[in-house]
Design a protein around this ligand. Structure first.
Ligand SMILES: N[C@@H](CCC(=O)N[C@@H](CS)C(=O)NCC(=O)O)C(=O)O
Length: 249
């Protein structure tokens, strides 16, 4: 019955169910013989996330593709909610995404979440070498791509009123981001996915921001291998676009 599970998780996110409502839903799903271990007592992971964030989208995408049900708590970065005393008690680093596990322990850093959530599944790299290559590309993502694409996109699309003021910095982020995108394009010239033969968390990590780089003013027509890979990722089983994540807010 796991095939029904992603639909259920979408339902839980959309309705933003309280714990007691999840408990009821858990009892209901027991009758349907849907996964009792996760849903049975209504206890779920909680993802603290902000709208429009590629880092938060990575966690949404991997949980959707693995059929993991979770609550989503929306934190408004633009209103400074990541720095509120209440949120700092949850994640002292004051950033999103943040994943709270069923037992109350937490995980920060989007790529660490991917690693934890996918371990032992078909989305985890299948050999030690591929694990190392996945880590290599996840570090490249966090150092050469995300820190360039994310701020360029933020000041171009999310707060466009700041675009002129930030024009010089945006141009610099774009230059540096293009170096990372060129490297990714060369890597994808002769392969379908980032590591090994199959789609994995390395693809999800890279996809989070690369697929919205055009919103940061990056000319993506320069990268035909990246474009083909973006289409391949978007056709993997259980894929959900970022816009669907936003609609759940
Ligand atoms: N490297 C972290 C980046 C986390 C991060 O900087 N998140 C941004 C949103 S994408 C944030 O929380 N900004 C608000 C703040 O720093 O107060 C990850 O991959 O999760």
């Amino acid at each position: 019955m796991t095939g029904q599970f992603p639909d259920l998780s979408t339902l839980c996110i959309r309705l933003n169910l309280t714990n007691s409502m999840q408990l009821l839903l858990g009892n209901y799903t027991d009758n349907l013989h849907i996964d009792k271990f996760v849903i049975g007592w209504g206890i779920m992971k909680t993802l603290y996330a902000t709208i429009g964030s590629g880092n938060c989208y990575k966690a949404h995408l991997v949980m959707g593709q693995l059929g993991i049900a979770y609550n989503c708590e929306w934190i408004d970065v633009l209103k400074g909610e990541t720095r509120s005393p209440d949120y700092l008690k949850i994640n002292p680093a004051g950033t999103v995404p943040f994943l709270k596990l069923e037992d109350g322990r937490g995980i920060g850093e989007s790529n660490a979440m991917l690693w934890f959530l996918a371990a032992g599944t078909h989305l985890f790299p299948q050999t030690l070498y591929d694990e190392a290559k996945a880590l290599e590309w996840m570090v490249i993502e966090q150092t050469r791509l995300e820190p360039k694409i994310s701020p360029a996109r933020f000041f171009t699309t999310i707060v466009p009123e700041k675009r002129d003021e930030m024009a010089e910095a945006i141009a610099k982020w774009q230059d540096e981001g293009h170096a990372g995108l060129s490297r990714l394009d060369a890597h994808l010239a002769n392969r379908d996915f980032i590591v090994g033969e199959a789609y994995s968390i390395a693809d999800i990590a890279l996809y989070g921001y690369v697929h919205v780089a055009d919103e940061g003013g990056f000319d993506m027509d320069r990268y035909r291998h990246v474009q083909a890979w973006l289409r391949r990722v978007a056709s993997t089983p259980g894929y959900r676009p970022m816009t669907e994540f936003l609609m759940a807010a």
